[in-house]
Design a protein around this ligand. Structure first.
Ligand SMILES: [Zn+2]
Length: 641
């Protein structure tokens, strides 16, 4: 490969405002700027045209990969296909948007010619202006350009005529391609609400309130990928979508909650089917669009506002309502990949368990990239704006595509929650809304879908949704308990932090075999499976409950009950007698199952608490009144309602 000639004099012309088509320049040095907002590195480039050099050029971030892949190195020759010269505070800064590297690394190993360094304002000292490039350079030592003999990455330390505030400061500098100039400190920022499709050049300063996953499409018109983000300023909000190259370029730059300058997207009418934002328009990135982190004071730009609901109070939230939640990730299950039955596409989900200082836990399901990349190590604080309340397994939460999820956000509430968890929360006794199915029942009050047992039967609850449990609440007496086969000997192995609890086979001589773990054990733990009949004034139903609920009802731990079973049959029987004819508020799930060609509904107790008579009376009075029955005046309703 031959070495092309440099476009001598091009840098001076460019700084004087002339247009030089695709000048060929030599790179004399590269300096990575310290960027606190480190989403994307910025490089300052020292370039020469053989006659002049300047140290005020910046490489646009989309060219960074040429540095990373090792093609853009010191002394290499580049062709600047697209660039712009900005004037800022009397300084000229050339932004190189698109360059081609014309030489192989190492092909050129020294400075070509003896370039004269341009002044920061893009001029040359008159004594030097007309001199050939071979002029002695003593006169320019005060603007110390990077010299050929310097080590490649050395930067000029003596560059005193270039005030640090502009040149060494990583403050982003921008111009829309080919025209105009943009310096964040000088540009006039447009309010989002003022944008229309009829303006071409504008800049907004806005906070990213939401960022989608990368979505891929494949249809008759081709394939591609995109992401969108929601932007908010004092005046309003708007959605912006970046496709393909822009998507790749900016997806990792943009962080939710941070402030950016965004320029020159194209606007079109918003598709209200996909956006609930309050704006007639939405925007699409163009080739010339830039997104520049803004580190300035942003007190006037609204932040994302949260309206947190305590996990305990989720029990009372209605199904499908959308809430903001903050919790500690107590446990993160593994991500699993499933195939959608509808679209046949694979998707990823991950369940995590959140707890807050109400000592209640709830499951949150994450989807897509958020699920794939979530890291639950060290119990991070998880903040979710806009997640959906579902009644799956009681109460659970599901992230939506519009959810904003922040991990360990820098918020006072998050710090105090983390403090609570570390001091007491991690060892505190907690109750899970999700496992217990305790919608509305977490604090002892009865939950949603309140039914009498007669209604449950008449409505065939559980039969309609094959394989999917339905939940209901009821108040009923325990009228009969099955005391035989209430206990079983269970595997006491702990696998991945979870007790196995499978039934073991007693081998005699104190050896027990677990088929699931495929191992021989020296001991076992007692577990309870309790069947009992509950009744109210309308009907009765046989139900099943497991360990925790059974221990509540029997007022004995499984180990205590097991000891009685082994040593004191009379005491064992008394436990069951004592549990009979007690009145409870219960939360149950029911589900159709097949037994010998017969379909039966199996009812499982999800939570059980002694009845709260105050609540119970209120419900009875409301029921009577809604049935048109007048409550006699002598009954003081005030004490009940
Ligand atoms: Zn086992």
């Amino acid at each position: 490969m031959s070495v092309p000639s440099l476009s001598e004099g091009a840098l001076l012309k460019i700084c004087q405002g002339d247009n030089v088509d695709k000048p060929i320049l030599q790179v004399l040095g590269l300096k990575k700027l310290a960027n606190q907002n480190s989403s994307s590195d910025r490089y300052r480039v020292f370039v020469s045209d053989g006659q002049y050099s300047n140290s005020f050029s910046m490489l646009a971030t989309q060219m960074n990969d040429k540095i990373i892949n090792g093609s853009l190195v010191n002394f290499c020759l580049i062709r600047a296909n697209n660039y712009v010269c900005n004037k800022s505070d009397n300084r000229k800064v050339i932004i190189l948007y698109d360059v081609d590297v014309l030489t192989q690394p190492g092909q050129v190993s020294s400075t070509i010619g003896e370039p004269t360094t341009l002044n920061p304002d893009g001029t040359v000292n008159s004594t030097n202006a007309k001199k050939p490039a071979s002029v002695k350079r003593a006169a320019e030592s005060d603007v110390g350009p990077p010299m050929a003999k310097r080590s490649p990455l050395t930067t000029p330390n003596g560059n005193q005529s270039a005030p640090k505030s502009s040149i060494l400061d990583p403050r982003p500098v921008y111009s829309s391609s080919g025209a105009g100039s943009f310096d964040p400190s000088q540009v006039s920022v447009h309010p989002i609400a003022s944008l229309t499709p009829y303006q071409n050049k504008w800049t907004i300063k806005a906070r990213v309130t939401h960022k989608s996953d990368i979505r891929r499409w494949n249809n008759s018109r081709g394939e591609g990928h995109l992401f969108s983000m929601d932007l908010l300023d004092e005046s309003g909000e708007i959605r912006a979508t970046a496709f393909k190259e822009q998507c790749d370029k900016y997806y990792n730059v943009v962080e939710v909650g941070k402030l950016y300058y965004v320029t020159s997207c194209s606007l079109k009418a918003a598709n209200k089917q996909y956006s609930t934002l309050n704006n007639e328009y939405e925007m699409t990135f163009r080739d010339s669009t830039e997104v520049i982190p803004c580190n300035e004071d942003a007190s006037n730009i609204p932040t994302i506002t949260f309206n947190f609901v305590k996990i305990k109070d989720l029990a009372a939230a209605s199904k499908d309502s959308v809430v903001d939640v903050m919790g500690i990730c107590k446990e993160a299950l593994d991500a699993t990949t499933l195939t959608s039955q509808r679209t046949q596409k694979e998707f990823t989900k991950r369940d995590i368990r959140l707890v807050d200082n109400s000592c209640n836990e709830v499951n949150l399901t994450l989807w897509g990239q958020t699920a794939e990349t979530f890291d639950g190590a060290n119990n991070p604080v998880v903040v979710v704006k806009n997640c959906k309340v579902s009644d799956y397994n009681g109460v659970s939460l599901s992230a939506l595509s519009s959810s904003v999820i922040q991990i360990n956000p820098d918020m006072p509430q998050a710090h105090s929650l983390k403090g609570w968890f570390e001091s007491e929360g991690q060892s505190a006794q907690t109750q899970s809304l999700t496992q217990l199915g305790a919608r509305g029942g977490a604090d002892g009050s009865i939950g949603s879908n309140l039914k009498t047992l007669g209604e449950v039967k008449i409505e065939n609850l559980g039969m309609s949704s094959e394989g999917k449990p339905e939940f209901y609440s009821t108040s009923a007496y325990i009228v009969m308990l099955q005391k035989d086969r209430a206990l079983y000997k269970a595997c006491n192995r702990v696998n991945d932090g979870k007790a196995c609890n499978k039934k073991v086979v007693d081998q005699g001589n104190d050896q027990y075999r677990c088929e699931k773990c495929n191992s021989q054990l020296d001991g076992f733990t007692w577990r309870i499976v309790l069947s009992f009949s509950i009744a109210d004034s309308t009907d009765n139903t046989w139900v099943t409950c497991f360990q925790e609920q059974a221990e509540t009802i029997l007022n004995k731990t499984a180990e205590e009950l097991g000891a009685l079973y082994d040593q004191d049959q009379d005491g064992y029987n008394k436990v069951f007698q004592a549990a009979t004819f007690k009145h409870y508020d219960l939360r149950l799930s029911c589900k159709a199952e097949h037994y010998n060609d017969e379909q039966k509904v199996r009812h499982t107790v999800r939570s059980v608490v002694p009845i709260n008579y105050d609540d119970y009376k209120q419900r009875l009075i409301k029921d009577l009144e809604s049935a048109g029955i007048e409550i006699p005046d002598k009954l003081s309703k005030g004490s009940y309602l």
